[in-house]
Write a protein of this length. Structure first.
Length: 739
């Protein structure tokens, strides 16, 4: 160690800065080694067995280490301090010369970004050095007077830099909630056997070594569910309704004012459906702070790390290393909607919510900026913090005017053919900005090169985009029915048309005519179809979906209902969330088991059954889409529930004339071998609804096929009688039973 260390100064300021700081640390170590050797705390240069023997003179030196008896420095000490002064002079020259690089070199950026004090920075350097210069491991072993202790530790740091041995204070540097440990700048490696915390090895994480070495990457533990957005990606203007524009700019001005006053920034909580622009608005907040945006799936963190707080620290460290604001998306996947009465389910979600908020609070306790949380629904509990305020912004579906502007921006006249009707798209397809852009992109891919986009491709892309993840609890229904297939009385037909009109013209009524300001812009559409079995309730639901151009999913109640407390509500929350995202119609067929009357609470089963009804009462009112419920037993439906639905359509048994039309309509097949059929006689003889007429016709067709016959009056007569008997219906006693 007699030769002075003169670091080379390469052109790259990033590398030269790191080398200079390591050289400075090395010289600090030499000065301390010379001092310890002079005072007897370390073996001298002539000792042949350093690190294997504790000499009596070392014991004496340590017993009197704190004595205030300054002695003259040895020549080695003087020489070491001279070299240290030279290195510190080089540091000052470097910082003066490379001031413009100071905050952009990784090491300087880390110190500035994390606001490391002198003690934190020196400990950080102590851990960094062996990763870039292996000789430091030998120096550490020598200073600690043990050949196996060739690693940095808090004990080593205290030995070198703390002359007054303020161990109690310095222990905070590696406490679990400390900045260096909590934010993943350094790690404690568990050694074999027991060691007190201050002697446990400190190591530099692989990610930090890569960053300090100038390697650009995303930490491998979170890279699969992380998206990085730079400020240069932010282009164009966002389109919001006038009301939402005012809300948004009020929040932006508030953040700008707080930043100018150097006050803590609030956590930003942005909610809205898929494609509403949540991450785009998060990007605007980041750009306001001169930062990029790092979007991380919060459920990915939860699934990857046993300790959510540790995973959150890794995500935030990655954001800091990229000079970005952390955006946690997918809040709704963990914090499911619930009510206070949801018992165990509510308790589980509340505990999870509390733990996540505590982790965010711990992060923001020192964080100079903020983080952003996005959620796809507005019913999950928002973050509740002690360290910061929470600023919420709810993005809703675009109103009619904004939707037209979005379509015109995404599909200008030069790109679309004459059949594309922007006004109709805005009125019939309730899409978010992202969904509109995606539909145009998909339609452009489907069109021929160098041709304009056809309207059929736009419509196809919109419908394809509305496919979603409802298959776990629901089944997609084919929409083959049209108005000409409908055979019901005039009152029912008029009510069905009303449902279609309410959907098609709600933008005009609520937005253009201003009724949304009085009654709300997110008014959903719910209807109860009641009536005897086979009267066409499910068919009419599919017909409505076909008419308004959206998918319809029939909810499988057997997969929704659960014997476990809270599971039914959890399944329903998932169904409504997915249906809202995809703008699909929900059909709860034969919903009596799920939406039945609430009972007096006599036992726990009654209590939780009532909770399920209460939950649905709240959730269906908040659902902005179309939900249709059917029941064969209207008396079994909870009255409070029925009153809170938008419409109620009662399907009576078909009249004689309607039954005749049903027989004739269902037998209208050119390829069906038919004989003479009297539809009026069949309608008179069999007072059955359309569903049973369909079953009788199918039964008759198979009977005819098995005997190479035809479908005629006798075959239909026999099939209808069998159908009635299988239903438990009375058959006229004076008619001969063909069976």
């Amino acid at each position: 160690m007699n030769a002075p260390f003169a670091p080379k100064m390469p052109m790259n300021p990033m590398i030269s800065h790191l080398e200079l700081e390591i050289a400075w640390l090395r010289q600090l170590l030499e000065v301390r080694i010379r001092e310890m050797q002079a005072s007897g705390l370390l073996p001298g240069a002539s000792d042949l067995r350093p690190g294997t023997v504790i000499y009596p003179q070392e014991v004496e030196a340590r017993l009197h280490e704190c004595d205030d008896d300054a002695s003259d420095p040895t020549p080695d000490e003087v020489e070491a301090k001279t070299r240290l002064a030279s290195i510190e002079h080089r540091r000052r020259q470097y910082y003066e010369k490379h001031t413009k690089f100071d905050a952009t070199t990784p090491l300087a950026f880390l110190r500035q970004e994390y606001q490391l004090n002198d003690a934190q920075y020196l400990l950080f350097l102590l851990v960094i050095a062996p990763a870039f210069n292996p000789s430091f491991s030998r120096l550490y072993a020598f200073i600690q007077n043990h050949f196996e202790r060739d690693y940095p530790s808090l004990s080593l740091f205290i030995e070198i830099f703390s002359r007054d041995k303020q161990a109690a204070y310095l222990n905070r540097l590696i406490a679990p909630g400390s900045l260096l440990i909590g934010e993943g700048l350094i790690e404690i490696r568990q050694a074999l056997g027991y060691l007190p915390p201050n002697r446990q090895p400190l190591v530099l994480p692989t990610r930090m070594q890569a960053y300090l070495g100038g390697i650009e990457m995303i930490d491998s533990t979170i890279s699969s569910f992380t998206e990085y957005r730079t400020r240069s990606d932010l282009s164009g203007n966002t389109m919001l309704s006038d009301r939402q524009n005012r809300e948004w700019y009020a929040r932006i001005e508030k953040i700008r004012a707080l930043r100018s006053m150097a006050k803590p920034l609030p956590l930003c909580y942005i909610t809205g459906p898929v494609g509403a622009g949540k991450r785009r608005f998060a990007q605007e907040v980041a750009a306001l702070l001169d930062r990029d945006l790092l979007c991380v799936d919060i459920k990915g963190i939860f699934n990857t790390y046993e300790d959510f707080g540790m995973g959150l620290s890794v995500a935030n460290r990655e954001a800091m290393l990229h000079n970005a604001v952390l955006c946690l998306y997918g809040w709704e996947t963990l914090i499911l909607p619930t009510t206070a009465e949801d018992a165990n389910f509510h308790a589980q979600i509340t505990a999870l919510h509390l733990n996540i908020c505590r982790a965010i609070d711990a992060l923001l306790a020192w964080h100079p900026l903020t983080i952003i949380v996005t959620c796809q629904n507005s019913v999950s509990s928002a973050p509740v913090l002690k360290s910061r305020n929470v600023e919420s912004l709810r993005l809703t579906m675009p109103d009619h005017k904004t939707s037209r502007l979005l379509w015109e921006a995404a599909l200008p006249p030069a790109l679309r053919d004459d059949q594309c009707d922007i006004v109709a798209y805005a009125e019939n397809f309730h899409l978010t900005p992202g969904q509109i852009r995606e539909a145009v992109r998909e339609a452009s891919y489907a069109s021929q090169p160098d041709t304009k986009v056809h309207s059929e491709y736009i419509i196809g892309a919109v419908k394809a985009q509305m496919r979603h993840r409802l298959s776990e609890h629901a089944t997609l229904i084919e929409k083959t029915y049209r108005w000409e297939d409908l055979i019901v009385n005039k009152d029912v037909e008029m009510q069905l048309h009303e449902i279609v009109y309410r959907y098609q013209y709600r933008a005009r009524v609520l937005d253009d005519w201003g009724l949304g300001d009085r009654f709300g812009h997110d008014i959903g559409l719910s209807a109860l179809f009641d009536g005897p079995p086979g009267t066409g309730k499910s068919m009419c639901a599919a017909l409505i979906a076909n008419e308004i151009g959206i998918d319809i999913y029939q909810v499988d109640l057997s997969r929704v209902m659960s014997k476990y407390v809270g599971e039914t509500e959890k399944n329903l929350a998932q169904i409504f969330n997915e249906a809202e995202n995809a703008q699909a119609m929900l059909l709860f067929d034969e919903c009596d088991s799920l939406f039945g009357q609430r009972t007096n609470v006599k036992n726990s089963n009654d209590k939780y059954a009532n909770l399920e009804v209460n939950y649905l009462l709240q959730r269906i009112e908040r659902f902005p889409g179309v939900a249709i419920l059917t029941t064969n037993f209207p008396a079994g439906i909870d009255e409070a529930f029925a009153r809170r639905l938008s419409l109620r359509v009662s399907f009576p048994k078909p009249s004689k004339a309607e039954r005749a039309r049903l027989w004739q309509s269902m037998l209208r097949s050119a390829r069906l071998p038919k004989g003479k059929i009297d539809y009026r006689e069949l309608a008179t003889e069999f007072e059955i609804s359309g569903g049973y007429i369909k079953n009788a016709i199918l039964r008759a067709a198979f009977m005819a096929a098995s005997s190479d016959g035809i479908v005629d009056q006798d075959t239909l007569y026999q099939a209808a009688r069998i159908e009635m008997k299988s239903m438990g219906m009375l058959v006229s006693h004076n008619d001969e039973d063909p069976t």
